[in-house]
Design a protein around this ligand. Sequence first.
Ligand code: CP3
Length: 347
Amino acid sequence: MGPPMKNDCFLRACRREPVPHTPVWMMRQAGRYMAEYRKLREKHSMLDLCKTPELALEVTKQPLRLGVDAAILFADILLPIEPMGAPFEFAKGEGPVVHTPIASRAQIDALRVIEPGEGLGYVMDAIRLIKKEIDVPLIGFAGAPFTLASYLVEGGKSAHFVKTKRLMYEDPESWNLLMSKLAEVVRRFLHAQIEAGADAVQLFDSWIGQLSPDDYRELVAPHVRHILADVQKAGVPVIHFGTGTATLLELQRDAGGTVIGLDWRTPLAEGWKRVGYNYAVQGNLDPTVLFAPRKVALDRAKRVLDAAEGRPGHVFNLGHGILPETPVETVQAVIDFVHETSASGRA
Ligand code: CP3
């Protein structure tokens, strides 16, 4: 057992309960925009930070000084692919590089559907350690099958996802096998994180905006449903995040989740209406707004708050991860502004 939770606004908002102020956290809130993170990275690789629970704890705690209402476990969506049989590294300036990208059925057959204890135990160890040390809710997370498959098949970041889509169109049976294996690993992994103490979980399907609605519905959504229908039974909030989802929101919602992530391309008022007020929403400030003059950034934050109309069920966040060069002062100013503005007028 850890310290008593000082502030459960985030969990209450996820459950669409009234809150004294709109909770705020920032995707990728631990990372290179913070000097203390960069300093730690001089001594340790990204994977060392993820795999050493004491270091993961330290990084997870770093952004809490900004007053965010939730912590997110420091880890990465790609961690499970290593024990599945696809080692990778974070190459400087390039992002993730998978050593042997998937290019054949035999490689898909060889991927192991692991139990989280087989090669990912350090994540659950980190969660147990973090829970002893923090007094805000802790968010666990995993990557969704399409986003993970895109790294496995492309070997890294991609502009057009040609290899991934070629597999999807040429050999749907192998595609579905790959997606099923990833989905089952992710389902088990999220359960293990919740058992270890995560108070909520987020499924990152960052690149689904690349898909047509038909392809998402037929080739991706069933695998997401396999994960979320089951993980939701654990009773903690489940955030389903994607970007570029303006044409997919209803399909994404139907694939699961109790909180739907909205990027900035869809105005929050419109997105929430389409998703339905029986869901909570998270978002949706453009992360590049944090590079604007403070006055402009606060104005854009105000517009997000106004669009939520004080309705229970809004978690303030960016529409995608915070960028490495973001000025911390503006991040701090936005967090304070959201707290102060949303608290005034509420009991
Ligand atoms: O603070 C947090 O949000 C928790 C930690 C976290 C990281 N990655 C740490 C990280 C989370 C939730 C992620 C998710 C993630 N990782 C996603 C989904 C979210 C999104 O932004 O779309 C994706 C697609 C990845 C894969 C990944 N990891 C990429 C593409 C990169 C390189 C690009 C980049 O932003 O650097 C990473 C590396 C990574 N993951 C870093 C961090 C802090 C940078 C590592 C470093 O060089 O110090």
